[in-house]
Design a protein around this ligand. Structure first.
Ligand SMILES: CC(C)(COP(=O)(O)OP(=O)(O)OC[C@H]1O[C@@H](n2cnc3c(N)ncnc32)[C@H](O)[C@@H]1OP(=O)(O)O)[C@@H](O)C(=O)NCCC(=O)NCCS
Length: 160
């Protein structure tokens, strides 16, 4: 439980602050991080829908991955496993633990009848984009945002 809290705080607060511009940090900031983390984790533990996997090294939590199945019966391939959270503590990165967690969660999704796995991250999170690419993920959608406070730009270099 304390590990989940620490991982969640790192993923939603510390990591984005490293690569998001100050403007985007403000756009995505939460009003009450403690409340958010407590609410998220309580929800995960009681909803019975999400799979939560924690990696341990010699009994010490090193990272986590969380996901759930999204079902859209209108689709030819209706079941997709969605990875919602994926983090390895900094000192244990690049040792294959993230890959192992992704493999384990994928096996769960396959057992649950999924045809594909989806994952999301910020466009500016270059490390995560490269890690996903290394694990066979392809970019399929692009989500865009602009501040209402600024006028529509007249040149294309205004993106920050
Ligand atoms: C993304 C993350 C979970 C990867 O965990 P990890 O344990 O370091 O990953 P692994 O060591 O298992 O590496 C898996 C593959 O991704 C590649 N990779 C991982 N991080 C990379 C990086 N920063 N740049 C380039 N490639 C990277 C590895 O080379 C490896 O490829 P290979 O198996 O073909 O050699 C970890 O970097 C992390 O916690 N990042 C911060 C949180 C985050 O951004 N989460 C993802 C968004 S939800």
């Amino acid at each position: 439980m304390p590990a989940l809290v620490a991982f969640h705080r790192a993923l939603y607060l510390d990591e984005p602050a490293r690569f998001l511009s100050q403007e985007l940090v403000e756009h995505y900031a939460y009003r009450d991080m403690d409340e958010l983390v407590a609410h998220d984790i309580h929800g995960l533990l009681v909803d019975g829908v999400s799979t939560v996997l924690i990696a341990e090294l010699e009994g010490v939590p090193a990272g986590y991955i969380i996901g759930h199945v999204e079902d859209d019966p209108r689709r030819v391939l209706p079941r997709v496993g969605l990875v919602t959270d994926w983090l390895i503590v900094e000192r244990e990165r690049h040792r294959g633990i993230g890959r192992q967690l992704m493999e384990s969660l994928t096996s769960v999704f396959v057992r649950l009848g999924c045809d594909a796995v989806e994952s999301r991250t910020y466009a500016a999170n270059r490390g995560a984009l490269r890690a996903h690419a290394a694990l066979g993920f392809c970019e399929v959608e692009i989500r865009m945002r602009r501040s209402c406070a600024r006028p529509l730009p007249t040149d294309a270099r205004a993106c920050r």
